[in-house]
Design a binder for this molecule. Structure first.
Ligand code: C2E
Ligand code: MG
Ligand code: MG
Ligand code: MG
Length: 292
């Protein structure tokens, strides 16, 4: 430390570090009780087919409401849960809740084609992961083809033989695999070639850049071409403007997800959303009948 910073400067630095550490500790302590207290919920963000305009799937996103901390966003607690291992139990709850809810919705006739569930690296490499997924699918009687597991590129470069085996085992079970935040990680093209993936999700940062200029546009164009060549589905994440949609449509990106179309919705909001879409469809059909 430079003497010129003076004693006040030092104590300010020290205090701010303590505040961060304290906040972390508070979150961690509350997190320990969160499952048992039923403080978690899942919200579901619809994904849309750009050609038909219809909902094709939804991504399950974890929400935590704590009595003292209020709503804590995933960005503030997921990494803590990953570091202390709690993500294994939390992730199992997420998987079970998402699968059970999807099964219920399918029984109610909601036209969902798939549910996407985020899975952390240390959850994925946990010894029981495959059995956990298998038994939840059995327990909820959800057909595995409805489940899409979202992993990030960082998983692909870690424990390569082991993760490759797990990915192939999931594929064999008829579960789909999507690469989340695609383009922000370090996976190589050759690595992508050797694993059984179904879908790439173009990260929001590239979508944000569409309005800014050629660089991000070129990256998206390249990712779209690659996905097409490899026969992968493609979802653009975090779509917020009609300008972005126009660009993605011209480039023939298949699917979109973002606030422009829908925010993540509570279970109840999802049902209202589908009811509205359904009655809209009915109205259109009725209008059609009147036309000779
Ligand atoms: P992600 O999987 O990439 O999820 C997309 C995030 O972008 C979500 O944030 C979603 O609410 C947000 N988003 C969607 N559309 C838009 C948009 O148009 N504009 C903006 N600004 N944001 C948009 P969320 O729910 O806060 O989740 C953040 C991250 O936390 C997720 O990123 C995922 O990595 C992680 N996460 C969330 N739920 C789970 C979970 O159940 N398990 C695990 N392991 N991670 C999760
Ligand atoms: Mg995701
Ligand atoms: Mg993402
Ligand atoms: Mg992410």
């Amino acid at each position: 430390f430079s003497k010129r910073m003076g004693p006040n400067m030092f104590s300010f630095y020290e205090q701010s570090m303590n505040a961060d550490a304290l906040k972390r500790m508070t979150i961690e302590n509350h997190l320990r009780q969160a499952l048992g207290r039923g403080e978690f919920a899942l919200h579901y963000q619809p994904q849309f087919d750009l050609v038909t305009g219809e909902v094709c799937g939804a991504e399950a996103l974890l929400r935590w409401h704590n009595w003292e901390l209020g709503n804590v966003p995933p960005i503030e607690f997921i990494s803590i849960a990953e570091e202390n291992g709690m993500i294994v139990a939390i992730g199992e709850w997420v998987m079970r809740t998402a699968c059970r809810q999807t099964r219920t919705w399918l029984d109610q006739g909601l036209p969902l084609q798939r549910i996407a569930v985020n899975v952390s690296v240390n959850q994925f490499t946990h010894t029981d992961f495959l059995n956990m997924v298998k038994s939840i699918l059995e327990e909820t009687t959800l057909d595995p083809q409805y489940l899409e597991i979202e992993i990030t590129e960082s998983l692909l470069v870690k424990n390569v033989p082991e993760t490759t085996n797990i990915l192939h085992a999931l594929k064999k079970m008829n579960i789909r695999i999507a690469i989340d935040d695609f383009g922000t990680g370090y996976s190589s093209m050759s690595r992508l070639k050797e694993i059984p993936i179904d879908c790439l999700k173009i990260d929001k940062t590239f979508v944000d850049g569409i309005a800014i200029g050629k660089r991000d546009q070129s990256i998206i164009t390249a990712i779209i071409a690659m996905a097409e060549g490899m026969n992968l589905r493609l979802i653009a994440e975090g779509v917020e403007t009609t300008g972005q949609v126009d660009f993605l449509r011209v480039k023939q990106c298949q699917e979109v997800q973002g606030y422009l179309f829908s925010k993540p919705l509570s279970t109840q909001q999802v049902e209202v959303f589908f009811q509205k879409a359904f009655s809209l469809e009915k109205n259109l059909e009725n209008t059609g009948d009147d036309v000779p």
